[in-house]
Write a protein of this length. Sequence first.
Length: 237
Amino acid sequence: MGQVIIGMDPHKRSATIEVINGREKVLAQGRFGTDRDGYQTMLKLGRQHKDRVWAVEGCNGIGRHIAQRLVADGETVVDVPAKLSARARVFDTGQGRKTDPVDAHSVAVAALRSKGLRQVTVDDVTIALRLLADRRDGLGHARTDLLNRIHKLLLELLPGGAKKFLSAPQARALLNTVRPRDLVGRTRRRLASELISELVQVDKKIKAADKELTELVETTWQQCRTSTASAPPAPPA
């Protein structure tokens, strides 16, 4: 079927794409959110085309976040400088009118007609973000497991058990209301106390992981904005 180019006009919260073949025939178009669901839907659409290249405008600036996500997911991505897509837009439309679909088309056409575009590779920040995100997910799963075990023990120690959404201090307060005298009850209470202590430590780790992730994301976004602001303006129409 031949190679297709997926041109993208990226923004912080959305991305508009256009898929063209080697003859510049439009095969698909769409606008997607850059949240998890929107990104996955866009990726699914792109992967309908076996031999594909994603062409993203401004991979060192506004397009960096989406380009890095694509590369991390094994996609081939090339960086299209804004001046190339601007020239393609003027050439194809005869004027410089900018809309997201027009820009996505211009990016795709510029990538198809240009040689030697830089292929995007995964940078250290992306790897660090993925490692931190995986760690945060693991902590979340560990917390859920701890809460399930605590709930089970409290249900056996207290009539009616505890409410579904339970914090470590709330669980400790409930546990302090029971003083079983039998061996089984005392064992359950001790185990519940140990699990609550573990929950306290996991909550601290989650808080630290969230803070580290937030700071890294904000720093990366500020760098993207700075890079975009310092980029030379596109040539006039």
